[in-house]
Design a protein around this ligand. Sequence first.
Ligand SMILES: C[S@@+](CC[C@H](N)C(=O)[O-])C[C@H]1O[C@@H](n2cnc3c(N)ncnc32)[C@H](O)[C@@H]1O
Length: 312
Amino acid sequence: MAYYERAGSFTTLKLDSLMGAAVGPPVGKTPKWQDRGFSLSHLAVKIKYLIYLQLFLNSFLISPEHYNSLANNFEHLWQEIYEELIPLLMKSLDLKPHHIVADIGSGTGLIAETIFKSFGLKDPICCVDPSPEMHQLAKKRKGICPVQKTAEEFFSDTQISQCFDMVIAVFCTHHFVDHDAVYKGIFRSLRPGGIFVQFDTISDGHPKFKMAVDKWSTHSQKASERKKFLREIMFQGKFTQKEICSPWSVTKSKLYEMFRCRYMSIFHQLSDEQIEEGIKELESESLKDVKDNELINCIYVMLLTKFELEWR
Ligand SMILES: C[S@@+](CC[C@H](N)C(=O)[O-])C[C@H]1O[C@@H](n2cnc3c(N)ncnc32)[C@H](O)[C@@H]1O
């Protein structure tokens, strides 16, 4: 629970401040202009905290336990997707053995280890993730240098400057709370000619029950806001975005297991009863003629966003 307590206190701090700014009287002597309930500095503070609130609402909040409880099961639940998707992900990267790499939201370290081996890197990959349970697994892998921190904590250190040739973030940027601060830190951390590449899910492509569709549409709306945010980032270099499709198949029983284990954070917002109701809905409608061990063909769509810094 420790890391989410930290992540939690990060957001709580801002919300507390927000509440304070909205309702709390200033401490100490109150100048006359404040008696009238208005000042430019008060207005500036309120605008600042409204921006914080906007950031908070734009992040995809998860409860402290989500990745803790998922860690041991994560690779099993994502197996069918990752078998097809990781080779495509590797194809979109270009690394040399001497390159220094950081993986943000590195989870179990599966992707970092694959990168380390595929490109014959000389130095281990700096794996930044707040989850102790995820790191427990990552530490057993080759080519990993674990850093148990959120992206916000890691990049708040101004000494993390011009040290990476590539920073990668796979399916985790929706959890960032302060996107401005994290992206600023990522660009500072890159060497001239360095690359930041992030992968985001656009669609998992499997059948869903109605309540999951609703959760997914909220997720998609926030994702398109983030897509716009990415396009508007000012930096010196080349920006590219492209969608990558990855076909995958899963049996009906495994798909239900993925729902029940909440393999994706959107399912974490649903209760056990809601998930069981959803499975019943699929059983009586779209999947009623599919046998438990029959394969369902799906298409995973991910968005690759790449920032290539100029050589200076
Ligand atoms: C869906 S998992 C992806 C893991 C890994 N990148 C992969 O694709 O196998 C998302 C990861 O983001 C991490 N995470 C959550 N909040 C984070 C934050 N603020 N900064 C960095 N990582 C975060 C979680 O602990 C989790 O391991």
